[in-house]
Design a protein around this ligand. Structure first.
Ligand code: GLU
Length: 289
């Protein structure tokens, strides 16, 4: 089995840019004979009612998915097992840095800004004991490399930084980069279509997959929706959610189809969909106010 997926975070309503990415993920999966699965990334930033509205909005466009929706909150044991396995293999270390300490520490010259500077990598057992009195440790991957290369349908070969990424946060919650890798494998996802704001995460996720003995998916990072000022489309830009657009008499699927140069029904879109014709530029949206 092979599958594509959409994985919203239930932090609020999806806007038309998110919906367009979901439509593209569905088109990529269905046009290549794949299953299409849904995952709700509900480990944090959860707003009550948001998941139900998101799934209803996706269904209202005609998108369908196979099997039950996977919730990350049901997968805590699997995440914990994976971290334990990496710990046992000596591929991790405890980190006691706050976010601010990481940002403010001088980084090594070959590391990108914000990359983990290695502060806790080589602490002695005594130093770790001392720091554990102050705050609980996060678990970081002891990355054996600086960069990793993935293949992306839109961007080609993408080589990106891999640092000692967090696997389990200090509060005990598994980190996004770990959960996404485990969940995609669990749902047999071999095609990841998502917004290009996540392109820089793909190399570290693919590297982590390799360490865990999991296949890396084929990536397609699609251009985001921007507002007229060139900033990422947001709720404050006007009528951008499915409900808001419908209230103004706008057919959301037609709007998305037009932005992709495709006909305005899902069936017809699927028939004409050609990944090679995917727009390479961001979609500039001027929502009605
Ligand atoms: N839930 C993540 C988000 O909404 C997406 C994760 C992914 O597609 O890998 O940003």
């Amino acid at each position: 089995m092979s599958a594509g997926r959409y994985a919203p975070s239930p932090s609020g309503d999806l806007h038309v840019g998110n919906l367009r990415t979901a439509v593209l993920a569905w088109l990529f999966a269905r046009s290549t004979g794949r299953s299409f699965v849904m995952r709700v990334d509900d480990l944090d930033r959860v707003r009550p009612g948001a998941e139900e509205r998101q799934l209803a909005d996706l269904a209202s466009l005609g998108l369908d998915w196979d099997g039950p929706v996977l919730h990350q909150t049901t997968r805590l044991d699997a995440y914990a097992d994976a971290v334990d396995g990496l710990v046992e293999r000596g591929l991790t270390f405890e980190c006691f840095c706050t976010r601010r300490e990481v940002l403010e520490a001088p980084t090594a010259p070959h590391h990108p800004p914000g990359a983990y500077p290695g502060t806790c990598r080589d602490l002695t057992a005594a130093e770790r004991d001392e720091r554990r009195q102050v705050r609980p440790a996060a678990i970081r991957l002891r990355a054996g490399i600086d960069t990793w290369t993935v293949h992306d349908t839109v961007h080609g070969e993408v080589t990106g930084a891999v640092d000692d990424l967090v696997l389990r946060r200090g509060d005990g919650m598994p980190a996004y980069n770990l959960t996404v890798v485990l969940d995609d494998a669990h749902q047999h996802v071999d095609q990841v279509v998502r917004g290009d704001d996540l392109l820089s995460s793909a190399p570290r996720q693919a590297y982590l997959a390799r360490l865990l003995g999991l296949p890396a998916p084929e990536y397609t990072h699609v251009p985001l929706a921007l507002n007229a000022d060139g900033a990422r489309l947001a709720k404050r830009d006007g009528a951008v959610t499915a409900a808001e657009l419908r209230d103004r008499g706008i057919d959301v699927l037609s709007l998305i189809a037009e932005s992709l140069g495709l006909p305005p029904t899902l069936d017809a879109m699927l028939e004409e969909f050609d990944p090679a014709g995917l727009p390479r530029e961001p979609w500039v949206v001027t929502p009605p106010t």
